[in-house]
Design a protein around this ligand. Structure first.
Ligand code: SF4
Ligand code: FES
Length: 191
């Protein structure tokens, strides 16, 4: 596979074509916050915590680094004021959903310990809509026992009818569901 040369945060790097900007940054030792990313799964771009600024042909734009492929001559900046602004607002919004998760540490880095937002969420089963459970169940387990339901503010995650046998022998989504929603759902059906 051929390689591409690019620059991240002032560092010239050479990486394999086909990688994402997030993966390239990681290889260069640069950490970008993520929530819906898992290296075993196809990126979905759901959480937007991994936004970075790219400069291409002299034009700047913000992109989700987990979904954006590396390109020859690309310049990436992971620490612009706009990038920090997005991370600050998103981490505060996520705190309104649940205090548990990687966004908590991110919020703390910005000195945010409580949120100004009030969202209509069920405190017994908060869900950040990261989608890791849905994608893991589909792409890794090939079971499709979890799905998204509802729209807008009512959108959430549910177990498909009849999923109890699959879930009872699995529960692997517990590991990455920081909000605790999957424990609530699966333990709920298992009694
Ligand atoms: S149930 Fe958990 S893993 Fe699934 S989308 Fe919600 S927060 Fe993410
Ligand atoms: S980690 Fe990239 S959008 Fe969630």
């Amino acid at each position: 596979m051929s390689s591409v040369r690019m620059n991240i945060d002032g560092k010239d790097i050479e990486v394999e074509e086909g990688m994402s900007v997030l993966e390239a940054a990681k290889e260069a030792g640069i950490e970008i916050p993520t929530m819906c990313y898992d290296e075993r799964l196809k990126p979905s771009g759901a959480c937007r915590l991994c936004m970075v600024e790219i400069t291409k042909n002299g034009r700047k734009k913000l992109v989700a680094s987990c979904c954006y492929p590396v390109e020859e001559g690309l310049t990436v900046n992971t620490t612009t004021e706009d990038v920090h602004k997005i991370r600050r607002v998103l981490s505060e919004l996520l705190l309104a959903v649940t205090p548990n998760g990687t966004h908590r540490e991110l919020a703390a880095e910005y000195g945010i310990t409580k949120t100004r937002f009030h969202l209509k969420t069920n405190p017994d089963s908060p869900c950040t809509l990261c989608g890791l459970c849905v994608r893991y169940c589909e792409e890794v387990k090939h079971r499709n026992a979890v799905c998204f339901v509802g729209r807008g503010i009512h959108r959430t995650v549910a177990l498909v009818p009849g999923a109890s046998n699959d879930c009872m022998s699995c529960k692997e989504c517990y590991d990455f569901c920081d909000s605790g929603k999957m424990v609530y759902l699966v333990d709920g059906i298992l009694g």
